[in-house]
Design a protein around this ligand. Structure first.
Ligand SMILES: [Zn+2]
Length: 92
């Protein structure tokens, strides 16, 4: 799927349509001290592996893509609505 690098859309903080830079939101590394991550590292520590068996069969073939929109005027960024796509390319 080809997505333009710049789009003109509504900015909630400027309260008008402005030019936005578009980029893909990528998964960040987990915070080591967050509650869920501490729980998970406690369970996986020592012998034995995953607390639940790994999922190997997937019914869906495409992954969800979230686009990040950054306003050129106020420099604020916000996530766009997610959608499913097998591959995302930025062009034009
Ligand atoms: Zn703005």
């Amino acid at each position: 799927m080809l997505i333009p690098k710049k789009i003109r859309t509504y900015c909630p903080s400027c309260r008008k349509h402005t030019e936005h830079n578009v980029s893909q939101l990528k998964k960040r590394s987990a915070r080591k001290l967050s509650w869920g991550q501490r729980q998970f590292s406690r369970v996986t520590a020592g012998y034995g592996s995953q607390p639940r068996s790994e999922q190997k069969k997937f019914s869906k073939t495409a992954k969800k893509v979230v686009l990040m929109l950054k306003c050129k005027e106020c420099k604020k960024s916000r996530p766009h609505k997610g959608f499913r796509s097998k591959s995302v390319k930025f062009g034009e």
